[in-house]
Design a protein around this ligand. Structure first.
Ligand code: SF4
Length: 390
């Protein structure tokens, strides 16, 4: 049991939140003995923020294209054009998957895709020409519009770096957009590091996209990826950068704490995964740094005992699909929704289905007339959760 007065005081003095970056670093470096007290303080902060509720988004995953111009060391999603499994979805495929998800009660169509593959692959340029689009972003925009017009799903897209113009264009069809910050450490761009050969992972450029989304007041999902070669100080710097953008613009709807999972056939196949205590401590510190922000950690990356993430202060499980696999982490299937509900209840939490935009971010969107607003009104209940779903 912890005897560390700094740790114990967190529980007795909640008005000390948010903690300072210096204290966050001390807690992140604290011992296993202190872990229970740190997570208890984080759980108490979560319960003050959103008591007894944990959310998830029932979604279909639409891997629009897995061609990507980047080569991140941990990525199993990306392909080169002639590699086995390389694929760009057709509009018919997009609609077929979205409609199947709609029948299963999904509210979100998550578009995930590689970053600007046409810049380096002539094959992608010819695919886009055949489909009738100038770029992957033009094609994505059309597919978001298609899903919004022809189904009851709301699109969420995370296509990588975006200019203000593209943020605005995609936000016409998506109530929220996303880009993982991952890390602020640009040393990970060095030869042999996780972001070697990944020009879209330059931290300053990612922060700029998130900031531009803030200027446009677009509800935005971001987060950090832990265990890819960053230091504990880097993690705090990344979380503080996100928190500062939230203080300035108020648009960060969700912060994901994602842990690196090792896979065969990736450049980082021999890297160690972050330890369980490390994951829980990072989530707890994120909660204590950002006591009133939505914090998410994916359950499939912490199986089998993923319910422990609740103890560390998360209030959201992220997107869970009853239909499509997790194409980013195909070795880690999503839990069954009944099981997710049961485990949430075992921790005293009611599981609620949210939309791709969090309830508190919906009202400003409804002031903009158009199809997106009409669809949002149909999809949301009086509290802003998914209508008619448990
Ligand atoms: S993580 Fe994203 S940007 Fe990096 S290689 Fe994979 S698809 Fe491309």
């Amino acid at each position: 049991m912890s005897t560390n007065p700094e740790v114990l005081s967190l529980n007795t003095c909640p008005d000390r939140l948010p903690i300072s970056p210096a204290m966050a670093l001390r807690l992140l470096s604290s011992t296993e003995v202190d872990l229970t007290a740190v997570t208890a303080a984080a759980y108490a902060a979560k319960e003050r923020f959103k008591p007894k509720i944990i959310t998830y988004s029932r979604k279909v995953f639409l891997p629009l294209t897995n061609l990507c111009r980047d080569y991140c060391g941990y990525c199993t999603f990306r392909r080169d054009p002639r590699q086995t499994g390389a694929h760009t979805m057709s509009p018919d495929e997009v609609l077929e998957v979205a409609r199947a998800g709609e029948k299963l009660g999904c509210g979100e169509a998550l578009f995930s895709l590689g970053d600007k593959p046409e810049l380096i692959f002539p094959e992608m340029r010819s695919t886009l020409r055949r489909l009738g689009y100038k770029s992957t972003l033009h094609y994505l925009e059309a597919m978001c519009e298609l899903v919004l017009c022809r189904t009851g799903l709301l699109p969420h897209a995370n296509p990588g770096l975006l200019s203000p113009e593209w943020l605005k264009r995609l936000a016409s069809y998506c109530p929220s957009l996303g880009l993982m910050l991952e890390t602020t450490n640009d040393k990970l761009l060095a030869p042999g590091a996780a972001h070697d050969q990944a020009p879209d992972k330059i931290p300053a450029r990612r922060l700029r996209t998130i900031e531009e989304a803030g200027k446009l007041q677009i509800p935005f999902t971001t987060g950090i990826l832990i265990g890819i070669g960053e230091t504990l100080s880097d993690r705090i710097r990344s979380l503080v950068a996100i928190s500062q953008l939230q203080q300035k613009y108020g648009h960060i709807q969700e912060v994901i704490i994602q842990n690196f999972r090792v896979k065969q056939n990736i450049p980082m196949a021999n890297w160690p995964e972050p330890a369980r205590g490390d994951i829980l401590r990072t989530i707890a510190v994120a909660r204590l740094l950002m006591p009133e922000m939505n914090i998410q950690a994916p359950p499939n990356l912490s199986a089998p005992d993923y319910q422990d993430l609740i103890d560390a202060g998360i209030n959201d499980w992220g997107g869970i699909s009853p239909l499509t696999p997790d194409f980013i982490n195909p070795e880690a299937p999503w839990p069954h929704l009944d099981e997710l509900r049961r485990r949430s209840q075992s921790k005293g939490q009611t599981l609620k289905q949210r939309l791709p935009v969090y309830p508190e971010f919906i009202p400003p969107l409804l002031t903009r007339p158009g199809l997106l607003t009409e669809k949002l009104i149909c999809a949301a209940d009086a509290e802003g959760y998914a209508r008619g779903k448990p």
